[in-house]
Design a binder for this molecule. Structure first.
Ligand SMILES: NC(=O)c1ccc[n+]([C@@H]2O[C@H](COP(=O)([O-])OP(=O)(O)OC[C@H]3O[C@@H](n4cnc5c(N)ncnc54)[C@H](O)[C@@H]3O)[C@@H](O)[C@H]2O)c1
Length: 322
């Protein structure tokens, strides 16, 4: 990877990925793009930023001609919960946007990273230890677009030899940038509320089990997959991936070890609960571990401690600067 383009670079994952790529490959080698300007000055000032709407092929061509990227991390998307309120927009961005990016990657001979999701599974998928290859009949527009994305990325690999690679992310937990409207956002909000108010009202049921991953693991997974020897990649689009698994009740117990007064209550949002119920309880990511050496570093205990430490520091810094 010599010159890298990131779409959706202002989002929860894109902002941290951009910093990590700039640190590893050089600040001027990573072009951050989005339809929103970064509010974070560090992101804006640490390297090139371009306005790029992935729905407009002319934008993509212009940016590709100026910057001559050889690798694209295509993170622009509409997430699961928002996708259910705006299914048309989810289809446009997640499918037509991906198609435009795939075409650019084909024309300019780029490798492509595509983030899929546990949302590609549905009620007819085996729920425990969900295999790499299994039934994919999602009920959400988000899931439909992600299955379509996996298929078209594989098609471009087989038909045109495009080096496309993808991961089925579980819920991603982080503290730098707010999550963008997914079903697993509670697992981020709960930490901020625990520190600020010592309580949290959860919109998912207390025993709703979902796989999760801390952002440093997610960033490392993307970079390691894109650096992996292509000869070892049998599945490509997209690998099951996981790090840890918990329920709202379990994460609240973990938080209580650090903040004993913390209390969780429940006010179920039927829309997001229905999405979570259609997703696997746990994922088998042995293909990722075997084919390109995936290994997570953060489990629930180390992630909880780090999240609470980092959010406390962030709030203290913000209070000081006021
Ligand atoms: N965050 C998670 O828990 C999670 C889990 C599984 C998969 N994913 C996938 O990872 C990717 C990144 O997720 P995220 O959490 O950072 O999402 P996010 O919503 O935080 O960020 C998405 C970004 O895409 C941008 N965008 C929207 N429409 C666009 C367009 N037409 N052109 C260009 N940019 C556009 C938005 O402005 C936003 O900054 C997505 O593909 C998502 O489906 C995320």
């Amino acid at each position: 990877m010599k010159k890298i383009l990131v779409t959706g670079a202002v989002g929860q994952i894109g902002s941290e990925l951009t910093f990590a790529l700039r640190k590893k490959y050089g600040e001027d080698k990573v072009i951050a793009t989005d339809i929103r300007m970064p509010s974070d000055r560090d992101l804006r000032d640490s390297g090139p930023f371009e306005f790029l709407d992935c729905l407009d092929p002319h934008h993509i061509t212009r940016v590709m001609q100026i910057h001559k990227a050889d690798t694209i991390f295509h993170l622009a998307a509409v997430l699961s919960a928002i996708g259910e309120t705006k299914p048309n927009q989810a289809w446009q961005v997640n499918v037509n946007g991906l198609y435009n990016i795939l075409e650019a990657a084909r024309q300019y001979h780029c490798s492509l990273f595509f983030p899929s999701s546990i949302g590609v599974f549905g009620n007819s998928t085996p729920k425990q230890n969900t295999p790499q290859e299994t039934i994919q009949r999602p009920l959400t527009m988000y899931g439909v677009t992600k299955v379509t994305g996996e298929l078209i990325c594989n098609y471009y690999h087989k038909k045109f030899g495009l080096d496309s690679r993808g991961l089925r992310f579980p819920g991603i937990i982080s503290y730098e940038t707010e999550p963008g409207g997914g079903t697993t956002d509670y697992a981020v909000d709960i930490f901020f509320e625990a520190i600020k108010h010592k309580s949290y009202t959860c919109y998912l049921e207390k025993n709703c089990s979902l796989d999760m991953m801390y952002m440093p693991d997610a960033i490392r997974a993307m970079i390691e997959l894109m650096e992996a020897d292509p000869d070892n990649l049998k599945h490509r689009n997209a690998y099951n991936l996981t790090a840890t698994n918990f329920t709202p009740a379990k994460i609240s117990e973990e938080i209580k070890k650090h903040i004993p007064e913390f209390e969780i209550s429940y006010q179920i949002d039927p829309a997001r609960q229905a999405i979570a119920d259609s997703w696997p309880d746990s994922i088998d990511d042995s293909c990722a571990r075997k084919e390109w050496g995936w290994n997570h570093k953060y489990g629930i205990e180390s992630m909880t401690k780090d999240m609470l430490d980092k959010i406390s520091e962030k709030i203290a810094r913000a209070d000081k600067s006021q």
